[in-house]
Design a protein around this ligand. Structure first.
Ligand code: FRU
Length: 464
């Protein structure tokens, strides 16, 4: 009833961050933080799935398990480096506080190799490859989540952490992928709210460099230039997704064989509030493609998502006065809506996961004058026990047209606005019949409206 059908879930148990997302020898690989024994966070392994198209997945056996005999209790987030003789998986190894191996003070960086095209992984016998001593007197805490890439002179890595209550992304270098040296802090936070940087990603995009971090809140990006010795000078910053713990956290990105910078994030379940949904927890977002256009970051759903479109209703120049209801209904739907801002009066509301009486519905609101988008979750669930917090962001960046791409998937709502801003969150409509889709406006001309029911993605290899 709440489980998505075209977003990735492992079917049961706990899942959080995407890890080591990559393209390798004809397959997309998605690893993820996974507890194979429970629907709560704990005993963290790396789950693994492969795909030909980044939409339909086959779940493979767990890739990485904690080595209890070496005091390891969790395999935290990390990445896979495919530029070398064999793939190397880097991750953060965490153990018990009593052994001085807890995640705040005693995290270590470990790696593993695969000799069979990423089917199985063998931990490197020389682990750890790095301990926090590498920083000398610099007090780095909460040190984790390696992200590695190759350049002409060797391999580079960024890791996240906390230095004197400030979030920090730190840079390292290796000539052989195993022996690493610490270069410097790449960027530290100047916002007192950002006391930790988790899951840093650093990559070139267009003619710039981009750093993405998850600062225990909304994931953030900086666009800047890279100078000598990899010094990063940020020029502007923005938000990857206006939800953070309310929906989209710890994204991981990679470049595929077509040169697309693809990002996937963890769609959290904080929105459940006190609603009990036993057996599973956590969803991965749709893959989105990042690009730099006139120096600005654009984010669009991966083109392949469109192959899931099924039944449809499409309109041009649709005049709406009051409420308009779609004949295509459902809980797995894509909605595309475009309108000139000066043709929609004060704005419009898109009601989704709605019942007939409107007692249960989630509203995506656009207010023209404020140029603001809000997701109103006040009536998202009839019992009222789910999270009601509204989420909002700006609508346009001064463009004359507002454009939405909205994805509904049972308990997932991802809203792309003008290809520039995204709000991804979770709602839990409990009425079987809460599948109506309406657009409400005083007097509006909608230039394009497309409503597509979405097919289930194929996710095999696991018990449902
Ligand atoms: C982010 C995070 C990472 C860590 C992992 C543990 O959600 O806290 O920093 O590696 O989750 O599961």
């Amino acid at each position: 009833m709440y489980k998505p059908i075209y977003h990735f879930t492992p079917g049961k148990n706990w899942m959080n961050d995407p890890n080591g997302v990559c393209w390798y020898q004809g397959f997309y690989h998605l690893f993820y933080q996974y507890d194979p024994y429970s629907d709560k966070w704990g005993d963290i392994h790396w789950g693994h799935a492969v795909s030909r198209d980044c939409i339909n997945w086959e779940i493979l056996p767990v890739a990485l398990s904690p080595s209890a005999e070496r005091g390891e209790t969790h395999c935290f987030s990390g990445c896979v480096s495919t530029d070398g003789e064999m793939p190397v998986l880097y991750y953060t190894s965490v153990g018990e506080e009593k052994d001085g191996r807890d995640c705040r003070y005693g995290a270590e960086q470990w790696c593993a190799f695969s000799r069979d095209g990423m089917r199985t992984w063998e931990k490197y016998e020389g682990n750890p490859i790095m301990t926090s001593d590498i920083h000398g007197s610099l007090p780095v805490l909460e040190w984790r989540d390696p992200y590695v890439w190759k350049e002409e002179d060797g391999w580079y890595m960024v890791l996240g952490g906390e230095i004197e209550k400030e979030g920090a992304a730190l840079l390292y270098f290796s000539e052989n992928r195993l022996k690493w040296t610490f270069c410097r802090v790449l960027l530290h936070s100047t916002d007192p709210e950002e006391r930790i940087f988790e899951c840093p990603n650093y990559f070139s995009l267009g003619d710039k460099h981009v750093l993405v971090v998850s600062p225990n809140g909304m994931p953030k990006y900086w666009i800047g230039t890279q100078g000598e010795e990899h010094r990063f000078s940020p020029e502007k910053s923005g938000i990857i997704d206006h939800s953070g713990w309310d929906g989209f956290y710890a994204p991981n990105s990679f470049c595929d064989v077509y040169g697309r910078r693809i990002m996937i994030g963890w769609l959290t379940e904080k929105g459940r509030g006190s609603l009990e949904i036993p057996g599973w927890n956590g969803v991965q977002s749709l893959p989105r493609v990042l690009s730099l256009e006139q120096g600005e970051l654009y984010m669009r759903p991966l083109k392949e998502v469109e192959m899931l479109r099924d039944g449809r209703a499409c309109f041009e120049d649709l005049h709406i006065q009051g409420a308009w209801e779609s004949t295509v209904r459902g809980k797995a739907v894509e909605i595309l809506l475009e309108a000139e801002r000066d043709k929609i009066g004060k704005g419009l509301e898109i009601e989704v996961f709605a019942d007939e009486a409107g007692t249960e519905q989630t509203v995506i609101r656009y207010e023209t004058e404020e140029d603001a988008v809000t997701i109103d979750r006040n009536r998202s669930n009839r019992t009222g026990v789910t999270d009601k917090k509204s989420l909002s962001c700006r609508g346009t960046h001064g463009e004359s047209r507002i454009k939405f791409r909205i994805f509904l998937d049972y308990s997932v709502l991802e809203v792309f606005i003008n290809d520039r801003e995204v709000i991804s969150t979770r709602v839990y409509p409990d009425g079987e019949e809460s599948d109506a889709i309406r657009v409400r406006a005083g007097d509006a001309l909608i230039s394009r409206l497309g409503i597509f029911s979405m097919k289930a993605a194929s996710i095999t290899g696991v018990e449902k």
